[in-house]
Ligand binder design. Structure first.
Ligand SMILES: [Zn+2]
Length: 295
């Protein structure tokens, strides 16, 4: 069974519906027997203060000062939101541990890659990708970020954590900086295509191998889908399915453990959940379905 981290505490009522999909995806996965669920507790705030500015972490923990506490964009601040974020980040570490043990795992989570040291942004409170590098100082953490927006916050964190590498393949410019261990491939929303995207995926895995990554953290974003308000015109459901097959097959072949999360997606909930569920099904098929192993 594919090991998956989730808790009903991942949900909080906010002014956007952005956290509803976590519950909806979990409910879909719980209807079949392919997934083993693990429920994280809340992350210790000391761990977050080692990663982010303690002033920012304290603001988010207490809700004061208001402006700093809501910098990530979720308004108003409330205790349910705080606990959801703390639980999701505990899930990041639990899922990482499970990936090291089993070769693959997932956290039904999102909201990380725009958060930098001083503060969050664009519905990313803390950087749960950099968090993994912070927690495993002796492991090399390679982030493959396929959200439609570049992972600018994670890129900034590569300058603080030398065991962190960020590789973003994105369609929308989000001021992505290039550093020694932060690179990106831009695939145009209209003039790009899957051949270019596929090449970028192969380059990412090549880089992960060369850099001798100990684990790959895959941001399986769905905001690149053609029906998404941020999407790429050419990126159909079939091609996203293909992306997932390529990623999980390359990961399996490389022998590098992989942990994946949902990342962005903003089209109507029903269609969006189908896309996210497809990621889990593909991961399951590649790693656990014997029929596929013969291929
Ligand atoms: Zn995005």
């Amino acid at each position: 069974m594919l090991n998956v981290c989730f808790s009903p505490r991942y949900f909080a009522q906010t002014h956007t519906n952005s956290m509803e999909k976590l519950i909806a995806v979990a409910e879909q996965l719980q209807q079949v027997n392919d997934y083993k669920f693990h429920e994280p507790e809340l992350i210790d705030s000391g761990i977050l203060k080692a990663l982010h500015s303690p002033k920012y972490v304290d603001a988010f923990l207490t809700g004061q000062p208001k402006k700093l506490a809501t910098f990530s964009g979720f308004k108003p601040w409330n205790e349910q939101l705080r606990d959801a974020v703390l639980c999701i980040h505990a899930g990041q570490l639990l899922a990482t541990e499970l990936a090291f043990q089993h070769g693959i795992s997932a956290n039904i989570a999102q909201g990380f890659h725009h958060a930098s040291y001083e503060y969050g942004g664009s519905f990313c409170t803390f950087n749960g990708l950099a968090l993994i590098a912070q927690n495993y100082p002796n492991k090399r953490i390679f982030v493959l970020d396929c959200d439609q927006h570049g992972g600018d916050g994670t890129a900034e964190f590569t300058r603080r954590l030398d065991n962190l590498y960020n590789f973003s393949i994105y369609g929308l410019a989000f001021g992505y900086p290039t550093y020694e261990r932060a690179e990106s491939r831009h695939v145009h929303t209209k003039h790009g295509g899957f051949a270019q995207y596929n090449m970028a995926l192969h380059e990412a895995f090549q880089r992960a191998s060369e850099w001798q990554a100990d684990i790959i953290i895959y941001q399986a974003g769905m905001d690149c889908h053609q029906a998404d308000p941020y999407g790429s015109a050419w990126f159909s459901t079939e091609l996203i399915q293909k992306r997932e097959e390529i990623v999980f097959n390359l990961a399996k072949k490389s022998g590098i453990p992989i942990m994946f999360v949902l990342a962005g997606g903003y089209q109507n909930l029903e269609d969006l959940v189908k896309l996210h569920v497809q990621t889990f099904q593909t991961a399951y098929d590649v790693y656990y379905n014997k029929k596929d192993e013969k291929k």
